[in-house]
Design a protein around this ligand. Structure first.
Ligand code: NAD
Length: 493
C-alpha cells in the first residue's frame, strides 16, 4: 500500500538513522557564578587561611568557571568552632521555629531553581533537563519534607524524644552536588544539629551558591558552614574532635579509610558508598517498559549514580530480543552539550573520571565481552563518553564486578529466579536492585532475597524524601530520607 511505503522509511530513520537533525536548544538562564568564592564560615564568606585556591572547570567545554578557596585544617577548625558556638541556641529553638527556616530555604531554592539548574549543569556536566527536572526540585523537596518533621519529632518514635547529636561533619561527592547537600543538611537541621559540610572538589559551586540562600533565609550564623577543598580537607572534616557524627557519601575506598580513622573515637558514622546494582528482567515483563527502565537505570546522569542499574540480568529466553531493543534505543540517545535541552547524556564529570571509565571499558573488550556503542557525534571539547552496552559478559569480567560510574551497561543472562538472585547478590555491594516481571508474588519474593537497600519493581531510579535510602555490605550503612534518616541524626531519649 502506498501509505506503508511512506511510513516505513520514516520509522526506520527514527529508529536507526541520524536523519533527525535538531537545532541547538541551549538553556539561556544565567547561572550567576562568582569569579571567586571564599569559605562560608559563621554566616559569611571569608578568605582561606591557607591563602590557596583551586580552579573549578566545566566538564562541558573545560572552561574555567571560578576560583574556589582551599580550606586547610585551621579553616576547618574555624568552621567547627562556629558550628559548636551556634549549637546551643539552634538546638534549643522550638521545632516550629527551625521549621520556618527550612521552609524558607526550600522556597528560596524554588525561586532560584532555573539559575541553580544551569549552575549545576555547568559545574557537573549533567543534562539541563535532569538538573532542572530532578536535582533542584528534589533538593527543595528534601527541605520541605524535613521542615514538616522539625516540630513533630516527638511522633517519630512515640514515647521517646529525639535529641540532637551536636556538630555534624558531612562530606559529599560530585554526582548530585546540590541534592546530596540537601540530603545531608535538611535532616541534620530539622533535628537541631549544626553542620560543617564539604562538597566535592570538582563540584563546589552550587554549595557555595546555596550559602547565599542561607543568608537570604536569615539562618543564624554558624548553623551551616561550608568548607571547600579535596581529600585532605575532607580528612580534616572527618577527624576534627568537635564532630559528633560524620556523614559521608562517596567511594567505598574512602569510606573504609574513614571507618578505620573513626574507630574508637565514639563519633557516630553513616556511610553511603558505591554500588553495582542488578536490574533483573524476567521473560514475562512488559519489555518496552523494561527497556526504558534499563536505559534510565544506566544512562541517567551519565551513569554517575551509586544505585545505577549497571548489571543487567536478562532471562535467557528474551536476551536476544532485549539486546536488539536496547541497541535500537541506544541509537536515539543524544549525547552532547549538557546545556542543550535535547541532550540525554551529558558530560563526564572530570578528566580523571573519563580516564577511569575508558580503562574499564578497554578491560571489557580485552576480556572478551562484545561492545555496542552509540555513534552519536561527541563535542570536540569537554569530557564525553559514548553510551555503551556490553553483551556476552561473564560474572568474572571486571566490568561485571567493579563500579564503573559511567554510561556503561554490562548484560548477563540467567535461566531461573534462583540463578538471578544468586548472580545479583554475587557482589561486594548492596545498594539497589530492579525487578521487572508481571508477577506480583515474584516481585515480593525477589525483593526479600535480594541483598540491596532499595529494590525497585517495574521501575528504576525512583526517589522520594519520604523513602529511606542506603546500603548493605560495602555500599555502607545508615539511611537518608524518611523517619529512618531522621533517627540517624538524633539520640533517642
Ligand atoms: P570519593 O570518595 O573520592 O570522594 C567523595 C568525597 O570525599 C569528596 O568530597 C572528596 O573530596 C572526599 N574525600 C576524598 N578523600 C577523602 C578522605 N581521605 N577523607 C575524607 N574525605 C575525602 O568519591 P567520588 O569519586 O567523589 O564519588 C563517587 C563515589 O561515590 C562512587 O563510588 C559512588 O558510588 C559513591 N556515591 C554513593 C552514593 C550513595 O548514596 N551510596 C551517592 C553518590 C555517590
Amino acid at each position: 500500500m502506498p501509505a506503508k511505503k511512506i511510513i516505513r522509511p520514516a520509522a526506520r530513520e527514527l529508529l536507526f538513522g541520524n536523519l533527525w537533525e535538531y537545532d541547538p536548544a541551549p538553556e539561556s538562564a544565567p547561572a550567576f557564578i562568582e569569579p571567586r568564592y571564599g569559605l562560608f564560615i559563621n554566616g559569611k564568606f571569608v578568605p582561606p587561611k591557607t591563602k590557596k585556591t583551586f580552579d573549578s572547570i566545566s566538564p562541558r567545554d573545560e572552561a574555567k568557571l571560578s576560583e574556589i578557596a582551599l580550606a586547610g585544617p585551621a579553616d576547618v577548625d574555624a568552621a567547627y568552632q562556629a558550628a559548636a558556638a551556634a549549637f546551643p541556641a539552634w538546638s534549643k529553638l522550638p521545632g516550629t521555629e527551625r521549621a520556618k527556616y527550612l521552609f524558607r530555604i526550600a522556597r528560596l531554592l524554588q525561586d532560584r531553581a532555573r539559575e541553580f539548574a544551569v549552575a549545576e549543569t555547568l559545574d557537573g556536566g549533567k543534562p539541563i533537563k535532569e538538573s532542572r527536572d530532578f536535582d533542584v526540585p528534589m533538593a527543595a523537596a528534601h527541605f520541605f519534607y524535613h521542615a514538616g518533621w522539625a516540630d513533630k519529632l516527638g511522633y517519630v518514635t512515640p514515647g521517646r524524644t529525639l535529641e540532637p547529636l551536636g556538630v555534624i561533619g558531612q562530606v559529599i561527592p560530585w554526582n548530585f552536588p546540590l541534592l546530596m547537600l540537601a540530603w545531608k543538611i535538611a535532616p541534620a537541621l530539622a533535628t537541631g544539629n549544626t553542620v560543617v559540610i564539604k562538597p566535592a572538589e570538582t563540584t563546589s559551586i552550587t554549595a557555595l551558591k546555596f550559602a547565599s540562600i542561607l543568608q537570604d533565609a536569615g539562618l543564624p550564623p554558624g548553623v551551616v558552614n561550608i568548607v571547600t577543598g579535596a581529600g585532605e580537607t575532607g580528612a580534616a572534616v572527618v577527624n576534627h574532635p568537635l564532630a559528633a557524627k560524620i556523614a559521608f557519601t562517596g567511594s567505598t575506598q574512602v569510606g573504609k579509610a574513614i571507618q578505620r580513622a573513626l574507630a574508637g573515637t565514639g563519633k557516630r558514622l553513616a556511610l553511603e558508598l558505591g554500588g553495582k546494582a542488578a536490574n533483573i528482567v524476567f521473560e514475562d515483563a512488559p519489555l518496552d517498559q523494561a527497556v526504558e527502565g534499563i536505559i534510565n537505570g544506566i544512562f541517567f546522569n551519565q551513569g554517575h549514580v551509586c544505585c545505577a542499574g549497571s548489571r543487567l540480568l536478562v532471562q535467557e529466553s528474551i536476551a536476544e530480543k532485549i539486546l536488539t531493543k536496547l541497541k535500537t534505543r541506544l541509537k536515539s540517545l543524544r549525547t552532547g552539550d549538557p546545556l542543550d535541552k535535547n541532550t540525554d547524556v551529558g558530560a563526564i564529570n572530570s578528566k580523571a573520571q573519563l580516564a577511569r571509565i575508558t580503562e574499564l571499558v578497554e578491560s571489557g573488550v580485552a576480556e572478551g565481552a562484545e561492545i555496542h556503542q552509540s555513534s552519536c557525534p561527541l563535542p570536540e571539547k569537554g569530557f564525553y563518553f559514548p553510551p555503551t552496552l556490553f553483551s556476552n559478559v561473564s560474572q568474572s569480567h571486571r566490568i561485571a564486578r567493579e563500579e564503573i560510574f559511567g554510561p556503561v551497561l554490562s548484560i548477563l543472562t540467567f535461566r531461573t529466579p534462583e540463578e538471578a538472585v544468586e548472580k545479583a547478590n554475587n557482589t561486594h555491594y548492596g545498594l539497589s536492585a530492579g525487578v521487572w516481571t508481571d508477577k506480583g508474588s515474584r516481585i515480593l519474593k525477589m525483593s526479600a532475597e535480594l541483598k540491596a537497600g532499595v529494590v525497585w519493581a517495574n521501575s528504576f531510579n525512583k526517589f522520594d524524601p519520604t523513602s529511606p535510602f542506603g546500603g548493605f555490605k560495602e555500599s555502607g550503612f545508615g539511611r537518608e530520607g524518611g523517619k529512618q534518616g531522621l533517627l540517624d541524626y538524633a539520640r533517642l531519649e
